[in-house]
Design a protein around this ligand. Structure first.
Ligand SMILES: [Zn+2]
Ligand SMILES: [Zn+2]
Length: 280
């Protein structure tokens, strides 16, 4: 399927490929569809949701949260936006009006919630844009402390200038084991393809920045990789019959592998670019 078809499926027919609550860590859940979803973290002060979901996806997110024994109207306390593209926030007005979480995003994209032209335009009919007002901006100099969790918010610019990635430790009380969980906020190379640029200089600066960001985060120790776009980590290969058993997601090699796949894609993109120097 094309990206537009995947978007349409997730937004208009969200029951297709709906995961329900899918446990990916001791207190960490993925809720979404095959193409896109949100992460929900259970803390003792309520739920943290990473990304806000698509407008058409919100009922599935709320229903899944109810299945976990929470009340989506009152229990979602924080929303952390990975970046300001519509496929990660088109449902935020529903979330803000119904659940009232404190919404965090990157200050670097502070104009974006009010600028549809910046939010990765979606073809008419697939979704609708509504501006929103975030409550706070990430402080990249210290972890965000909430409900017993310390969430490291790391600026990882490339896909967008304010793309933010999240790292936190999650402990399984039954086994006493603690895992480092990591989610990259945005790895799509669609924003550094040729059509985004007028000149070779612009293209090469943006691609060099993207590459540096990948290299900067590649060697992080992450026991469980999670994702807003599941494909980045070949997520569905790991899903087992028991949706409450997260153990198949424990794999310290996944983090670097997703980065290496993007480095290879970036190499290919640069090689095939119309800005590349051909021959000699
Ligand atoms: Zn994006
Ligand atoms: Zn996206």
């Amino acid at each position: 399927m094309t990206v537009d078809e995947l978007y349409g499926q997730a937004n208009h027919r969200p029951w297709e490929g709906a995961t329900g609550p899918l446990r990916v860590g001791p207190h960490t859940w993925f809720i979404g569809q095959t193409w896109i979803g949100v992460i929900v973290l259970e803390t003792k002060e309520g739920l943290v949701i990473i990304d806000a979901g698509l407008s058409g996806q919100m009922w599935h997110i709320f229903e899944s949260i109810r299945k976990l024994g929470y009340d989506p109207e009152h229990d979602i306390k924080l929303c952390l936006l990975s970046h300001c593209h519509m496929d990660h926030f088109s449902g935020i007005h529903i979330l803000q009006n119904y659940s009232h979480p404190v919404v965090y995003m990157s200050e670097i994209e502070k104009e974006w919630p009010y600028r549809e032209d910046l939010c990765n335009g979606i073809p008419a009919g697939l979704d609708y844009y509504m501006p929103f007002k975030p409550d706070r901006f990430f402080d990249y100099s210290r972890p965000l402390e909430f409900g017993g969790y310390s969430i490291e918010c790391v600026l990882t610019p490339g896909h967008t200038p304010g793309t933010t990635s999240f790292f936190f430790e999650d402990t399984d009380e039954d086994t006493g084991r603690t895992y480092t969980i990591g989610m990259h906020g945005g790895l799509g190379l669609n924003t550094v393809t040729d059509q985004n640029f007028e000149t070779a200089e612009e293209a090469s600066a943006a691609r060099a920045g993207f590459r540096q960001m990948l290299l900067d985060v590649r060697d992080r120790k992450v026991d469980i990789s999670i994702a807003n776009h599941p494909d980045n980590i070949h997520f569905f290969d790991r899903v087992t019959e028991n949706k409450k058993d997260y153990r198949s997601f424990i794999d310290g090699t996944v983090w670097a592998r997703q980065i290496d796949e993007k480095l290879a894609e970036l190499d290919a993109l640069e090689r095939d670019s119309r800005f590349a120097k051909k021959g000699n």
